[in-house]
Design a protein around this ligand. Structure first.
Ligand SMILES: [Fe+2]
Length: 455
């Protein structure tokens, strides 16, 4: 018996040494990526010494079902983000997983639950997801002098504890600075640094994460398609996020995710964008050479909207769309040719259920656009997570297009909840503060977002 105890204690000792050694090799993660009915993607970043990475996963509380999947991609580079897609899972099932680094198990195990197969079987499930934009983490040596731009990052601890089906990062997910955006190494440095911060650790594993970008995580402030490192930035984005796909023909990052009866169109407002400073109209007509989405992405979006039968079709964009009074010239409104193309397309095809979900502004609000012979459009803006607050100024203070009671001028994230019976679905947005306290709330019913049927 004594001998057995000795052996067990020796094995525990070896095990704890192995865990310590794997811990030192992990830069950040694990992060949960895309989770579907029978697949899940898990992500981790390891240091340059690591030779092998694998993930072991098993049905929760049944270690006998454990399977190990080994990563087959590159390692040993300056930055080593690793994605592993696990297949062959059961739907509506909870799994535990653990990374194994150079043969040593990491000391963190995490959970994910696959989606439920409700289609053709039961009503579309009610669910919530989290969203937000503009996350700044301070590094004084590289930041602009003066008051630190980054605020209280414990908001991510609150978000980690808020039950939700997934998190959608709405852009400016990190801020590249002069030291970052002039080189590929710099771009990777900023992404890798921010991802590794301990205040985010629980959030990364709490739910699947999806993302779009805006100017600051794509490149410099207000950057567009002329940014010289845009392909390096796209490659980085592909390595640090686990979206289902990334643009088309090796360009852009647009894609679509679905949950229950909701489709979310994740758009790219930077890679194909013309300069904000190009003339918006020439000889009184919208300038056809001033692009926001670009031709390829616009056609994709139009087709994807026409194909979608979702109750709510959420178009997620880094910059605002509907706000007339956003004088930053970043709003899609200032790209008239494509703005009107999209508006006309919605009318001609009678696309129901469209809502815009945007970021960037350093305040949150819901902006409404009344339309003749069409249902009103809404633009939900969610910002900032941790970066500086930008209080609305001038005529925007009393913006008549803002839904009363929705302006939030402090750090916040959004919880979007979809509930209700078929044909009576309701979408509710709660803007929540640092501790999860409700700062504002707004909701809209599916039946409001419908074109009149032709008689
Ligand atoms: Fe931005």
């Amino acid at each position: 018996m004594k001998k057995l105890l000795l052996i067990i204690s020796f094995l525990c000792h070896i095990c704890s040494i192995a865990q310590v050694s794997s811990k030192n090799k992990i830069i950040s993660g694990p992060m949960l990526g895309q989770v579907e009915l029978r697949t899940a993607t898990v992500w981790i970043e390891v240091n340059a010494t690591v030779k092998t990475v694998a993930v072991r996963y098993w049905k929760k509380d049944d270690i006998n079902t454990a399977i190990t999947e080994t990563y087959k991609g590159p390692l040993g580079n300056k930055f080593n983000p690793v994605k592993i897609e696990i297949g062959g899972l059961d739907f509506n099932s909870t799994y535990q997983y653990q990374f194994i680094i150079d043969g040593a198990p990491a000391n963190t195990t995490a959970l994910f639950t696959t989606k439920d197969l409700w289609q053709w079987r039961k009503p579309a499930p009610d669910f919530s997801f989290l969203t937000g934009s503009c996350a700044y983490f301070n590094e004084p040596i590289f930041d602009r002098p003066g008051k630190p731009y980054g605020g209280d990052s414990t908001i991510f601890e609150t978000m980690a504890k808020t039950p939700a089906a997934f998190m959608l990062w709405l852009g400016d997910n990190w801020y590249t600075r002069e030291v970052d955006y002039l080189s590929e190494w710099g771009l990777y440095y900023r992404a890798s640094h921010d991802r590794s911060l301990s205040v985010l650790k629980n959030f990364w594993k709490a739910m699947p994460h999806y993302a779009i970008w805006d100017d600051h995580d794509y490149g410099p402030d207000d950057s567009d398609g002329s940014y010289t490192l845009k392909d390096e930035s796209r490659k980085l984005f592909k390595n640090y996020w686990c979206n289902p796909s990334f643009g088309q023909d090796d360009k852009g990052i647009f894609t679509k995710i679905s949950y229950s009866d909701v489709d979310v169109f994740l758009t790219d407002d930077r890679y194909f964008r013309s300069s904000d400073n190009l003339l918006d109209s020439i000889d009184g007509k919208p300038n056809p050479d001033k692009h926001f989405f670009g031709k390829t992405q616009m056609k994709w979006l139009e087709n994807a909207l026409a194909t979608s039968d979702a109750s709510f079709k959420i178009i997620a964009i880094g910059s605002q769309v509907l706000n007339h009074l956003n004088k930053a010239a970043e709003s899609m409104r200032y790209f008239s040719a494509e703005y009107y193309e999209l508006m006309n397309f919605l009318n001609e095809q009678k696309i129901n259920g469209v809502i815009f979900l945007t970021g960037d502004r350093h305040h949150s609000e819901v902006v409404k656009e009344d339309r003749a012979n069409a249902y009103p459009l809404y633009d939900i803006t969610s910002s900032p997570l941790t970066s500086g607050i930008s209080k609305v100024r001038g005529p925007e203070i009393n913006n008549p297009a803002r839904v009363a009671g929705t302006l939030v001028e402090q750090q916040n994230f959004s919880k979007i909840t979809v509930t209700g019976k078929k044909g009576e679905r309701k979408l509710t947005v709660d803007f929540l503060g640092l501790k999860g306290e409700q700062l504002a709330s707004w909701s809209v019913e599916e039946k409001v977002l419908k074109y009149q049927e032709a008689k």
